[in-house]
Design a protein around this ligand. Structure first.
Ligand SMILES: *Cc1c(COP(=O)(O)O)cnc(C)c1O
Length: 359
């Protein structure tokens, strides 16, 4: 019989803090494709580029990897309700996994700064959604307070169970490539993801499955770049809402990921993000939400500045699916709305419009 991927806890049971008898709440997350992108390799001037397409997870972002572990642990502790602060994808994921676990979910989102696609997921999975009059950092502060003082279980990435699940993405990269890439880039927001990849690769090194660590690069949006500034940003601004975070929770872990791998941090403008968002759709066949194009946009910027380290194999994590926030694809480069042409219902009229000659 064909084998179905069993989700990251069962696939990597011996690498996670779980016993075979522990409750597992899964929607089959992980096992996402690593897609070679020759057009991007050419653009960057490197040997090969592979996109780790995390939009292929059950709720459309990498957050599911950490949600399966966090909600499974919450279930083992008898939790009735989970709470998350979110720019959108954590709430979508928390809501779905709470349904699977038979729990309530409460999500705190910044007022007006969450995409409709993500909000619709939280609504669909009957989360109690509260729009906080503040930004993501305010939401996280409140969620932490509530989880300490009320009977709700925090499933943000400050919960160490989240990073355990998320580290499996580096295992999958090594499983496919048979080695670590020379360089691995991703968008950088609250910094849970880069910390989790670092943890995963360190374990691969300790197990002898890779010979050297990849250089880890985290890329921010210019208007929301505390790691470039060196201190928190009071009022983060960017169209890349998933990384619109001024006070990253995993600050020290991200600094260690950079320092211990000779990696780097970078920042790109919203314009550069949207340019790469389009490039990935049109040249790689991979449709991501704008935030997810940030890692590739950052490497492109470094290559243009002549500062991209020499690399044979590059992996770039694209974190979430394009259908989360599709409006950006429906605008042309000057911001005008793109509408399909209307045509009469005959083959001749369609052929004329397409400029086709009869055979
Ligand atoms: C959460 C998220 C990020 C940022 O990841 P961090 O772990 O917060 O650094 C980037 N892109 C998408 C699509 C996300 O959902």
């Amino acid at each position: 019989m064909a084998h179905q991927w069993r989700g990251v806890i069962r696939e990597y049971l011996d690498r996670l803090p779980f016993e075979a008898s522990d409750p597992v709440v899964t929607l089959g997350e992980g096992g996402t494709p690593l897609i070679e992108a020759p057009a991007l390799a050419k653009l960057l001037g490197v040997g090969s580029v592979h996109l780790k397409f995390e939009g292929m997870n059950p709720t459309g972002s990498f957050k599911d990897r950490g949600m399966t572990t966090a909600v499974s642990k919450a279930k083992a502790k008898g939790a009735q309700a989970v709470i998350a602060a979110s720019t959108g994808n954590t709430s979508a994921s928390a809501a779905a996994y709470a349904v699977k676990a038979g729990m309530q979910s409460v999500v705190l989102v910044p007022a007006g700064k969450i995409s409709w696609g993500k909000l619709s997921q939280a609504v669909a999975h009957k989360a109690q959604i509260l729009q906080v009059k503040g930004n993501f950092d305010d939401c996280l502060r409140i969620a932490r307070d509530l989880s300490e003082n009320y009977p709700v279980f925090l499933v943000n990435s400050v919960n160490p169970d989240r990073l355990q699940g998320q580290k499996t993405a580096s295992f999958e990269v090594v499983d496919v490539l048979g080695q670590a890439p020379d360089l691995h880039a991703m968008p950088l927001g609250n910094a849970g993801n880069i910390s989790a990849y670092h943890l995963g690769y360190k374990e691969e090194l300790a197990e002898g499955r890779i010979k050297a660590m990849p250089r880890l690069f985290g890329i921010q949006a210019e208007g929301s770049a505390p790691f470039i500034k060196g201190s928190p940003v009071e009022k983060p601004e960017t169209i890349a809402t998933a990384i619109r975070i001024g006070n990253p929770a995993s600050w020290d872990l991200a600094q260690a990921a950079k320092a211990e791998t000779q990696g780097g941090f970078g920042a790109v403008s919203d314009r550069e993000i949207l340019w790469m968002h389009r490039f990935l759709s049109q040249e790689a066949g991979v449709f991501v939400e704008p935030s997810s194009a940030t890692g590739a946009a950052g490497l492109y910027k470094l290559s243009q500045q002549g500062e991209l380290p020499k690399a044979d194999t590059v992996v770039i994590t694209v974190t979430g699916h394009g259908l989360k926030d599709p409006d950006w694809a429906l605008k042309d480069q000057s911001g005008r709305k793109i509408k399909p042409k209307r045509v009469s219902a005959t083959a001749g009229a369609v052929a004329d419009l397409l400029g086709l000659e009869r055979k």
